[in-house]
Write a protein that binds this ligand. Structure first.
Ligand code: ADP
Ligand code: MG
Length: 693
């Protein structure tokens, strides 16, 4: 049960700073802190002392095993558990050395590497990310690690994220004196993630092959009621869901994952949990663990937690909003709007770098949210379009106009007051900007809310690119200033040349698609298109120039993403085919035979059954169409299997042919479902799934 005790238990499963402070010798703790602050690796002695303290603490918590916990390119965390057990002669002893903490060895050959190493060069190393705390879960000590190949190339998503954080910190330190922040020596990106998800009854989930294998429904006629009444959003939470949410909060807090907000979302059976923002790498780890815990806890409540971006057609899908800001080591939020004469430069210089970076590298940001699942959501009039743009709000746009037109930007900056017109309601200062839910990247006063990420995705790649892009533009700004340009004129140039990326209107509208085209903004409609531009020269030069990725790492990532895409669609197409052939088509045939028999009997009795004859003929025609598409899909799958190992070709074919056939098949089957005797439909329908709790 959720109560005060739950808050007292905050962090009880984590080997956090407080535990370290109390369990390590003072000098070791100081050395550890120094390494973290300076971004230096731990010495052997410090690692040994920490490993020992960690072992004692973990054993007290009931741990028997430890695992290096890492984030390979599958986007799903990997773990391999080793017991603390060693043998001293015949006697069992408990061992955990500094070396084991610092370095793990893992057979990397079964993780995607995109050609970075051949299967015979299987060695991969994991190493503790000392900025992220170890924790105990299910009798194992989890050590958050990075994962690299024998030759040092990153095989995971965490290594580039950490590199990009270093790069950003250095860029902020470099630009600091030019924007009046002499004391600043570095900065960190902070991220708060809002996680959307669906809950469905486990008993129905078990009967759906598509949910079990693909995480989404591949068939399903719309329920008579969807989200049109807007009655689910922020609605009162059902008991069973409430119980799930309570246990989730209780567990999250034990792992020091600061969940704060929970509510029902727009679609039936859809919900959200949001956590308080923390350093980007910590939020990355937290969010991965959160997704795992959500799925585990749901099962305990007889539910299934669907993290897929589009489990149901016809209602909203799920995203993960990534709220981002940069805070200096002196505590200044560079993304907090500031129109004061002395606070103006840090904010507007940062904003100018972000605007320029997002415009120049929009293709990279697009790639971070490009997956087969998220394709079903982006641009579907429920999520931002595939066109990357930024919303700043009218007040900020006016200031940018003033900067460009060299007008005074400090006039009229007093904020309006809000007054509800009711005596008992206090008035207060209004936010400077309204909300725009249709923008991919909306400024919300003290942070940027990136809204295109899919619900099941790791936040790592997006934040890696954001950090690197912003750092790159800050360096550009510094270069120009160091060559003699005046800071304000550089800010002006940045805004002038890149304001095309700013758009405050309705991102869901047809007009915006046309307007974006007129402005020359890319509209990469699907994952394959997005990935085709991933390695354009400007992207590669910037990312490798900043030292965050090597060219080989980038090539491998592109290949892995294409492979993931192709495999996802391939599994979906195979599942759709199996369901159609072995479950749905036979059910339709039974329904048709029964109706045809009725027709035959009724006509034999001399009754005029033209209505039934029409219905039977219509049903038959659609079933025939379904049958033809099933054959087409089968043929297409055979063709896919003959493509060989070219992942780009496979992904293209998956998009152009497999997906196309699946969509056509779905139209026919969904139509037939609506006309089929409910008791004959072999799988739970949308009403069961979305309204069954
Ligand atoms: P909104 O209502 O605009 O979505 P919230 O205050 O509910 O804003 O915050 C949404 C998410 O943004 C939460 O995860 C929150 O912790 C996070 N957040 C708030 N301030 C910042 C910030 N400065 N940097 C990064 N994330 C932030
Ligand atoms: Mg929000």
């Amino acid at each position: 049960m959720l109560n005060r005790e739950s808050i007292n238990n905050y962090g009880m499963n984590v080997f956090d700073d407080l535990v370290m402070q109390s369990s390590l010798p003072k000098s070791t703790y100081r050395a550890y802190k120094e390494c973290i602050e300076k971004g230096e690796p731990l010495t052997r002695e410090v690692a040994t002392a920490i490993a020992n303290a960690m072992k004692i603490w973990a054993l007290e918590k009931g741990a028997t095993h430890f695992t290096h916990w890492f984030l390979p390119m599958t986007g799903l965390n990997a773990e391999k558990h080793d017991a603390f057990l060693e043998l001293d002669g015949d006697n069992p002893v408990l061992e955990f050395s500094g070396k084991t903490l610092r370095k793990g060895e893992s057979d990397a050959s079964s993780f995607p590497s995109g050609g970075l190493r051949a299967t015979f060069e299987a060695r991969g190393y994991t190493s503790w990310d000392a900025t992220s705390h170890a924790f105990v879960k299910n009798n194992s000590l989890y050590i958050p690690t990075v994962f690299c190949s024998y030759n040092g190339e990153a095989l995971d998503m965490k290594t580039p994220l950490l590199k990009s954080m270093d790069v950003l910190s250095k860029a902020v330190a470099r630009i600091a004196p030019y924007i009046g922040l002499e004391d600043v020596k570095g900065a960190k990106p902070y991220v708060g993630a809002e996680q959307e998800y669906f809950l469905v009854p486990d008993e129905y989930y078990q009967k759906r092959m598509d949910l079990k294998l693909c995480g989404r429904t591949l068939f399903g006629a719309k329920a008579p009621k969807g989200q049109e009444m807007d009655d689910h959003y922020f609605g009162s939470i059902k008991r069973r869901v409430q119980a799930f949410m309570e246990e989730l909060d209780t567990e999250l807090w034990k792992y020091a994952i600061p969940s704060k907000t929970k509510h029902n979302e727009a679609a039936p059976a859809q919900h959200e949990v949001a956590c308080i923002f923390r350093n980007a790498n910590i939020t990355c780890d937290n969010n991965q663990l959160l997704m795992q815990l959500m799925q585990d806890i749901a099962k305990k409540h007889g539910l299934r937690c669907l993290l897929h971006e589009k489990p149901f057609a016809g209602v909203n899908g799920s995203g993960k909003h990534n709220n981002y800001s940069i805070i200096t080591d002196t505590g200044l939020n560079l993304c907090k709007e500031n129109f004061d004469e002395d606070g103006f430069l840090p904010f507007f210089a940062t904003l100018a770098c972000i605007v320029k970076g997002v415009d120049e590298f929009s293709d990279l940001l697009r790639v971070t949210c490009a997956t087969a699942a998220n394709d079903l959501r982006l641009g579907a009039l429920e999520a931002p379009p595939a066109i990357i743009s930024m919303y700043l709000g009218s007040k900020l746009n006016d200031k940018i106009d003033a900067i460009i037109e060299k007008k005074n930007i400090f006039s009229e900056n007093s904020r309006e007051r809000f007054n509800a017109g009711v005596a008992a309601v206090c008035d207060f200062t209004k936010d400077d900007n309204d909300r725009n839910r249709t923008s991919p990247m909306a400024f919300t006063g003290n942070k940027f809310e990136f809204r295109t990420l899919g619900s099941s995705q790791s936040i790592a790649a997006l934040n890696t690119f954001l950090n690197t892009i912003i750092a790159y533009e800050m360096n550009n700004m510094c270069d120009m200033i160091e060559k003699g340009a005046d800071i304000l004129s550089v800010i002006r140039t940045f805004f002038e040349e890149h304001r095309r990326i700013l758009f405050d209107g309705d991102g869901y509208s047809e007009e915006w698609i046309k307007e974006a085209e007129r402005r020359g903004l890319p509209n990469r409609k699907n994952t394959v298109e997005a990935l085709e531009h991933f390695l354009d020269d400007n992207n590669v030069n910037m990312l490798s120039g900043m030292g965050v990725y090597t060219l080989d790492e980038l090539k491998s990532r592109k290949d892995i993403l294409l492979e993931n895409y192709a495999k996802t669609i391939h599994v979906e197409a195979t599942t759709a085919l199996r369901m159609a052939q072995s479950e749905l088509y036979p059910a339709c045939l039974r329904n048709l035979s029964e109706n045809a028999a009725s027709l035959f009997n009724l006509e034999k009795c001399g009754l005029d059954c033209i209505y039934l004859r029409n219905d039977v003929e219509d049903y038959n025609a659609h079933l025939q169409k379904a049958n033809l598409i099933i054959k087409e899909l089968e043929k297409a799958l055979n063709e896919y299997n003959c493509i060989g190992s070219d992942n780009h070709k496979k992904a293209r074919f998956a998009h152009d042919t497999l997906l196309e056939n699946m969509n056509m098949l779905r139209i026919e089957i969904d139509y037939l479902e609506e006309l089929t005797d409910n008791s004959k439909w072999p799988i739970p329908d949308y009403v069961d799934l979305m309204f069954g709790i």
